[in-house]
Design a protein around this ligand. Sequence first.
Ligand SMILES: [Zn+2]
Length: 488
Amino acid sequence: MFLKTTIIATKISNMKKIIFPVLALLLISYSCQNVEHKNSKKAKYVFLFIGDGMGIQVINTTQVYIDSVLKSDKSLSFINFPVQTFATTYAANQYITCSAAAGTALSTGSKTSIGTLGLNFNHTDTLFSIAKKFKDTGYKVGLLTSVSIDHATPAAFFAHQGSRGSSYEIAVDMLKSGYDFYASGGFVDPYGKKLKEPVESIYSLGKKYSFAFTSNLDSVDILKSNFKSIVYSTPDPASESTLKNYIDADSADVTLAELTKKAIQTLDNPKGFFMMVEGGKIDWACHSNDGATAIKEVIAFSDAIIPALEFYKAHPDETLIIVTADHETGGFSLGNKENKYGNKLSILSNQKVSKENLKDLVINELRRKPRPTFAQMLEFAKAKTGLGDEKLNLALKDEEQKKLLEAYNKTIRELEKSSSKTDYLSESKEQFSSLCIDFINKKAAIGWTSTAHTGSPVPVYVIGNGSELFFGRIDNTDIPKIIVKSAL
Ligand SMILES: [Zn+2]
């Protein structure tokens, strides 16, 4: 009890420190909220795209990559939207936010504390999302993500949990929400294995709520006439029930763009719909400081917006599309200390796998008998990433080779210590793969200042009916308020 009170007191004292900025932002928000919605017709179809961890720098660098490396004259689908602004992202008790607090701000219009979903900062009150408001008003609602559906960002649109880690309870809240379509990589804990007591699985419980679960995208059309809600999960997910990183995926893997397309077909109806689409793995790539993977994830996210833009073109007066982020991750920059002014982004095009995938591949290699030598592992890394190839400007310096040798020996020691063949090695125990990716990022003039989130404001891109209501510097809590004003 004492601990709880102390935590709350600390939170309140922290909140006092942000009262002034909050007041200032309230004034800014007030001026935004008082602008008239010029179009007498309300937006019937609302798309909210959230690039998790997608700051302005990773967006800009992806566009530079498209221009200078892919030599394409195409732009990111949202980069030329007519209305563009920035939103502050701070949480109720901490300036640098997390996806749960930021997701709750974007879904409910209220600030909350770190790790909290759909509850106020001290968990004494319930906050409701605009998705529920749309559903209660007769709109169809869909939530799509490239991570798992019980992850913080989608969960912020239906869950009411004090901890974002309560995966099973979040999935139960999803059943209670009764929206029309959910699509993702799957669930983290659908059988409640992390709980102390045995519980009914989400799949079994879902039947009572008229939920259908499928991993066949084509079956959605048939299922929607027989069930209230449909949950699609990809048949071949990556670890932690996510879609594969775009850089690792092949043509058989389902993309976020295909999910958006299917969601439009599923939700389209004369009353209208609200759809939230999250590019969840931009954040993961940025946490890993993996520039090539982050850029490819931004491209996949941009591709997922194209079906919404096509829909907008067919319904220009009735559609609103917002593209934003919940926070920035990694402190990403185009340019770093090692290279100063050089654009060396072409180096990243040699990387064929994500850091996440390279780690698994390295462990598999080092488990082989006979074990590959250090020289063979350098060749392996070169084949997967180009590292070590002088012709690609990726020559290894002596000190880099030395560090890789130390990492190679350390991983072998850790593998010999581990009893099981499937033991997970943390990043501190398997450093060979992460060093390879770190060296590539440095050589490609990509800078990183953090492996966590940063306090940078995030860009907001808007097109369609109601877009004129987004202007000036806004806060993330303004976004759902403006959406409601535009549509409901
Ligand atoms: Zn994150």
